[in-house]
Design a protein around this ligand. Structure first.
Ligand code: TRP
Length: 344
């Protein structure tokens, strides 16, 4: 935990539905490793949010809390600089959610573009769980409870940030003072890393993602099935670099930009085969993953320690969230036994 109060507060989170992958590394994890130096950073494992579309399989979420925690530690998010919290371990977040729910209409949630597309993607139709529809409100509680001013999220989460700020303004207006803090999204500059098969989004479970814990064998298999240029049949054929997933990954992970530029030229001209190209990517990815894998293995040898770190951070998060809850209850006008009860 960071005790300096002058640093801006940053909160991010992940749903623990599977181990983290290379897309998380470029999209958020590397950023967190950097941000912990300049910000008071909280990382929330959003297990309650994960339940909103996984209530049929809570075991998956329980198991992945430790996996995600090990991934965080393995990439260098440092418990000395970052506070890790487990959402379900902080009751104040859920009380705050219950208060916020009265400041948001059902129609507003149903119009949220992110929720709309996620409902469609999951085929919920009329049977969308109430918790799922409500997750932007719960996320607003996460963000405001910690007083976060900066929230690094993917672009798809922008409507959630907007919803958060709407709630903040409503409550502050009604209270006539600044009870909660507005926040802004920080969108990663790097584009989203495509899945191995070239589809736009890596899913944690579809087998099209390369996990941070991947073995050399798993890396090899994933690179082998990677989408290249279907028109590049013979080694001597000229090949396409744009949309070629192998090059997208080389751009993201190969530190030798000059060498990648030369490979692109060669591929475009013809004469560079996919097998050789993939061999290079395999080596590059092994160089990225191997230090992560070995750190992960050493943390995994002592799971109790990883959970102790999470528990300690959750306790800190609980205190911070409780303070925000108390302030908000008071501002909204919820009864408190601590108040002098005024008769008449
Ligand atoms: N919705 C985020 C995701 O899908 C997870 C999340 C939960 C989160 N609470 C948050 C992100 C608060 C940022 C801030 O990954």
């Amino acid at each position: 935990m960071n005790t300096e109060t002058t640093k801006p507060v940053i909160l991010t989170g992940d749903r623990p539905t599977g181990p983290l992958h290379l897309g998380h590394l470029t999209g958020s994890l590397q950023n967190r490793v950097a941000m912990q130096e300049t910000h008071d950073q909280y990382v929330l494992i959003a297990d309650m949010q994960a339940l909103t579309d996984n209530a049929h399989d809570p075991g998956k979420i329980r198991r992945n809390i430790l996996e995600v925690m090990l991934d965080y530690l393995a990439v260098g998010i440092d418990p000395g600089k970052t506070t890790f919290c487990l959402q379900s371990g902080i009751p104040a977040l859920h009380e705050l959610t219950a208060l916020f729910m009265n400041f948001v209409s059902v129609g507003r949630l149903e119009r949220n573009p992110t929720i709309r597309s996620e409902i469609a993607a999951r085929g919920f139709e009329r049977s969308v769980p109430l918790g799922f529809l409500n997750y932007p409100v719960s996320q607003a509680a996460d963000i405001t409870a910690f007083g976060a001013t900066a929230v690094p999220v993917g672009e798809d989460q922008l409507p959630i940030i907007e919803q958060t700020n709407e709630i903040v303004r409503k409550i502050n207006n009604q209270a006539g003072k600044s009870v909660l803090t507005e926040c802004r999204a920080i969108i990663p500059k790097v584009g989203r890393l495509p899945a191995v098969d070239g589809s736009s989004k890596m899913s944690k479970s579809s087998g099209t993602a390369i996990h941070l814990s991947a073995s050399p064998d798993e890396i090899r298999r994933a690179v082998r099935m990677m989408y290249t240029d279907p028109g590049h049949l013979k080694v001597s054929d000229p090949g396409k670099v744009e949309g070629n997933v192998v090059f997208t990954y080389l751009d993201a992970f190969d530190p030798d930009e000059q060498a990648v530029a030369e490979l692109k030229d060669h591929y475009r001209r013809g004469g560079l085969g996919d097998v050789k190209l993939k061999k290079r990517l395999e080596e590059v990815l092994e160089n990225v993953i191997s230090p992560i894998r070995s750190r992960r293995d050493s943390f995994a040898a002592d799971p109790a320690e990883a959970l102790r770190i999470l528990k300690q951070g959750t306790r800190t998060g609980d205190l911070i969230s409780k303070a925000t809850l108390d302030r908000t209850r008071e501002a909204v006008g919820v009864f408190s036994f601590d108040d002098q009860y005024e008769l008449g």
